[in-house]
Design a protein around this ligand. Structure first.
Ligand code: BV8
Length: 252
C-alpha cells in the first residue's frame, strides 16, 4: 500500500505541469509566525485581518506601518527552512526533465526566492518592497528599523510610504493573477502547502485544478476546509514532509 508521500513523489517524477500554492505555514519553521498566529506580544490586541486593510492604513498609518516594519525586520532576519529548500530542489528536478513548475505564494517574506526557487509568483506582494503613496514609485528600505511612522516617501516631500503588499479588499496584481491562470490551465498536479485555504482568490485555485482532473495534495499539520477534497492529504509540517517527498523522488 503506497503512502501519500510515495504517491506524491511518483506524481512529481512524471507529471508535466506542477502548481504549488503556499501560505504562512511554510515559513512557520523559519520562526515567522503564521498570519493568524502573528498577533503575539505587542500585537496580540490587534486582528491581522483588520490591520491588513486600506481602511486601517487610512485611519491609523502609524500603527499599520509600525506593524509591517516589525514584520519586515522579522522576515529579513529569518532563514529559509528545509521545506523552502526542498521545494526549490523539487522545482529543479521537475524542470530538468522538461516539466513546468509554478510556485504561487501568499507569503510576503521572500523566503522562497532566497531558498533558490525561481518561478515564484508573489500573489500578495512583498513586505521588503515599499512604495510612495503619492507617486507609486517603489523602493526597498534598508535592513535597519524605520526611523519614523508612517515613513516619509523618499520621492515626494510630504508624502508617506506603504508596504507593497495586497491588503484585504485590494485586487491582486494583474500579472500575478495572469501567471496563476496560465499555470492552472496546464496543471496536472496541484499542491497546497501551509495555508488555511480561507483567503480568496488563492483559496479557489484547488477548485480549478480539481476541475481539470489534476490530482491535488495538501500538506498541513492541521485539517482545513479542503482536506476532505484533496487526493492526498499529508498531516505533517512542510519542513518534514517536503524533504521526505524529495528524497523519494530519486527512486523514480
Ligand atoms: C480580492 C497581506 C477583489 C500581506 C493578505 C470570495 C469569497 C470570500 C471572500 C472573498 C472572496 N473574494 C475576495 C474576498 C475577500 C478577501 C478574502 O478572501 N477574505 C477571506 C478572509 C474570507 N480577499 C481579498 O480581499 C483579496 N482581494 O479578492 O480583491 C478585488 C477585485 C478588484 C478590485 C478590488 C478588489 C486580497 C487577499 C489578500 C489579503 N492580504 N496578506 C500580509 O499582511 O501578509 S492575506 C493573508 O492571509 C496573508 O497573505 C496570508 O498568507 C494569507 C492566507 O493565510 P495563510 O497563509 O493560509 O496563513 P494562516 O495563518 O491562515 O494559516 C497558516 C496555515 O499553516 C494553517 O493552516 C496552519 O495549520 C499551517 N501550518 C502551521 N505550521 C505549519 C503549517 N503548515 C505546514 N507546515 C507547518 N510547519
Amino acid at each position: 500500500m503506497k503512502t501519500a508521500i510515495q504517491h506524491i513523489s511518483q506524481a512529481l517524477s512524471t507529471c508535466s505541469g506542477v502548481v504549488v500554492v503556499t501560505g504562512a505555514g511554510v515559513s512557520a519553521e523559519s520562526r515567522i509566525p503564521t498570519f493568524r498566529d502573528s498577533m503575539t506580544g505587542l500585537w496580540a490586541r490587534f486582528d491581522p485581518q483588520t490591520l491588513a486593510t486600506p481602511e486601517a492604513f487610512e485611519a491609523d498609518p502609524e500603527t499599520v506601518t509600525r506593524w509591517y516594519d516589525h514584520r519586515r525586520l522579522g522576515c529579513l532576519a529569518a532563514e529559509p527552512n528545509p521545506g523552502h529548500l526542498a521545494l526549490a530542489e523539487i522545482e529543479r528536478r521537475v524542470t530538468a526533465r522538461g516539466g513546468s513548475f509554478t510556485l504561487l505564494t501568499q507569503n510576503v517574506d521572500g523566503l522562497h526566492t532566497r531558498a533558490g526557487s525561481s518561478n515564484v509568483v508573489e500573489l500578495h506582494g512583498s513586505v521588503a518592497r515599499w512604495r510612495c503613496c503619492a507617486t507609486g514609485r517603489e523602493f526597498e528600505p534598508g535592513p535597519e528599523a524605520m526611523g519614523e511612522f508612517p515613513p516619509a516617501s523618499p520621492f515626494e516631500a510630504g508624502a508617506i510610504a506603504r508596504p507593497c503588499v495586497v491588503w484585504f479588499g485590494e485586487a491582486l496584481p494583474t500579472e500575478a493573477l495572469d501567471a496563476a491562470e496560465r499555470a492552472l490551465d496546464t496543471c496536472d498536479l496541484f499542491l497546497s502547502i501551509g495555508t488555511s485555504s480561507v483567503v480568496w482568490p488563492a483559496a479557489g485555485f484547488v477548485l480549478a485544478a480539481t476541475a481539470r482532473g489534476a490530482p491535488t495534495v495538501e500538506i498541513n499539520p492541521e485539517p482545513t476546509d479542503i482536506s476532505q477534497r484533496v487526493t492526498w492529504s499529508v498531516r505533517a509540517k512542510s519542513g518534514e514532509a517536503l524533504p521526505a517527498i524529495l528524497e523519494r523522488m530519486s527512486f523514480h
